[in-house]
Each structure stands twice: as structure tokens, then as C-alpha cells.
Design a protein around this ligand. Structure first.
Ligand code: IPE
Ligand code: IPE
Ligand code: MG
Length: 252
């Protein structure tokens, strides 16, 4: 994949966050069950992880299962859980060999115990790896993330460890599930819908948004390169004027 552009405005994004959408429609278009689309989606995950690692992206966050996806038919939810487990069993060693650090965000307490154990093992095994950080958002919701952060902060206030004056943006950042990760620079949603679907609501404050009609199983290295090229050509102003951005180095 080439992400070279003759006159890029931005360097590569440090953190790319993706809503992997369109698996079901990809299968339905082929008169196949939605499960086939989810299986095809896992293959895309492999390709995109590899591609991000090769392009020295620091963090890739993938939305795998939302806190709202429990509303799907029981059969689809079970299939997704089984696929999640099988994929972790198959891929964790490979991620580790490639120096990739795995991290999960979301309320994992709702998952089967075996799956929770596997998730914890995967994180522990890859904890000290220094290439790409792969964040899997599973049973994740932006509202959940903020609630859990506020609960932890409130508990510290009750315990006398903090006062309400200590509540700053930075303190909230430190209590979100994404603590210690850079904010997403580039948000990608495949599948044609142009909404955020309760993904990283706080963290996306200044992400560049990129929507593509490409269904997730059809998204590939070239599609990712196109998204990155689009990102690199945009002027990020963070509230400044365009002229200020051109005349000085502007950061959030
Ligand atoms: C995204 O694909 C995968 C998950 C939500 C787990 P969908 O399953 O939402 O696919 P569409 O949107 O129905 O095509
Ligand atoms: C968002 O996709 C969640 C994931 C990709 C995991 P959905 O397909 O569930 O989103 P909505 O329901 O169309 O907003
Ligand atoms: Mg969908």
C-alpha cells in the first residue's frame, strides 16, 4: 500500500478508529447468511491490522461489538461470540510474534467467562510489545465509557482522594477506557452509514471523519490507503484560522 502524497498537509494518523460495518449486507447481496459476512469480515481485520503495522500506525481501534448489538437475534449474537473466541484463539500468538500489543475496551463482564479469560491472557501476553497497539472495542459504547469513568471519579471523591475541582478534561481522559492512548486522528466508517453509533463519543472530538460505501469485507489495503491519503490532505484547524495553521505549527 502506498500512502505517499506529493504535498501532504498532515503526517500519517497516529490513531485510526474504524467502525467495521456492512458484513450482513455483504452476505445478503450474495444470498448467503449474515454469518458468512462476519467470517469474511475477520479476513479484512487481518489485512487491515497487517497494513497498519507495516505503515507504522501507532494505534488501530476496531469496533467489533457495540453495547447495542445485544439487540440482534440471539443466533447472531451467539455466532459473533463464537467467532470472537475462535479468532482470538487463532490469532493471539501471531499478533505477539509481530510485536503487536492487544488491548480491549468495553464492558467485558457481560461476556462468557472463557472469553473474558482469553481476552485477559491476550492482553497480558502482548503487554510489552512495542509495534502497533490494536484496540478491540467489544461490548463498547461511548455512553458506557463515560459512565464508568464518572463512576470511578465519583468513588475517588467519596474516598477523599479527589475533590470536584480536580475534575478536568485530562482527569476524565485518564479514567476513560482509552487512557494513555492518543485520541483518534482518523475515524473511518465502512458500509455507507454516516453516523457514529455510540462509538468513542468523547475521544472523537477532533477526529477527521471518513465515510465510505465500501462494505467491510470488501475494504482492503488500497481502501485504507485512500482514507489515509484523504486524511493527509486535510487542514486540521483545532479552532484556529486556516492562516494561523499555515503560519505556525498548530496542535489541539
Ligand atoms: C458490522 O456489520 C459488524 C457488527 C456489527 C458486529 P453488520 O452486521 O452491522 O452489517 P450490516 O450493517 O447489517 O450490513
Ligand atoms: C456499529 O455498527 C457497531 C459495530 C460495527 C460493531 P451497527 O451496524 O451495529 O450500527 P447501527 O445499528 O447501524 O447504528
Ligand atoms: Mg451494521
Amino acid at each position: 500500500m502506498s500512502t505517499d502524497d506529493p504535498s501532504p498537509v498532515n503526517p500519517n494518523p497516529r490513531h485510526i478508529a474504524i467502525i467495521m460495518d456492512g458484513n450482513g449486507r455483504w452476505a445478503q447481496k450474495r444470498f448467503m447468511p449474515r454469518a458468512v459476512g462476519h467470517q469474511a469480515g475477520v479476513k479484512t481485520v487481518r489485512k487491515i491490522v497487517e497494513s497498519c503495522a507495516n505503515n507504522n500506525i501507532e494505534v488501530l481501534t476496531l469496533f467489533a461489538f457495540s453495547s447495542e448489538n445485544w439487540r440482534r437475534p440471539e443466533s447472531e449474537v451467539s455466532l459473533l461470540m463464537a467467532l470472537f473466541m475462535a479468532t482470538l484463539q487463532r490469532e493471539i500468538d501471531k499478533l505477539h510474534r509481530n510485536n503487536i500489543r492487544l488491548r480491549f475496551i468495553g464492558d467485558r463482564s457481560a461476556f462468557p467467562e472463557k472469553l473474558q479469560t482469553k481476552m485477559a491472557e491476550g492482553e497480558a501476553q502482548t503487554e510489552h510489545n512495542t509495534a502497533l497497539t490494536l484496540v478491540i472495542a467489544a461490548n463498547y459504547g461511548g455512553h458506557w465509557d463515560m459512565c464508568q469513568a464518572f463512576q470511578h471519579i465519583a468513588a475517588k471523591i467519596t474516598a477523599g482522594e479527589l475533590t470536584e475541582q480536580d475534575i478536568t478534561e485530562e482527569l476524565i481522559n485518564q479514567h476513560l477506557s482509552t487512557a494513555n492512548l492518543p485520541e483518534p486522528d482518523l475515524f473511518i466508517r465502512t458500509g455507507g452509514e454516516e453516523r457514529v453509533s455510540n462509538f468513542m463519543l468523547w475521544q472523537l472530538a477532533y477526529a477527521e471523519m471518513y465515510f465510505t460505501p465500501t462494505l467491510w469485507p470488501d475494504f482492503d489495503q488500497n481502501s485504507l490507503a485512500e482514507a489515509i491519503t484523504s486524511f493527509k490532505g486535510r487542514q486540521r484547524r483545532f479552532g484556529h484560522t486556516g492562516e494561523q495553521v499555515l503560519s505556525q505549527s498548530v496542535t489541539p
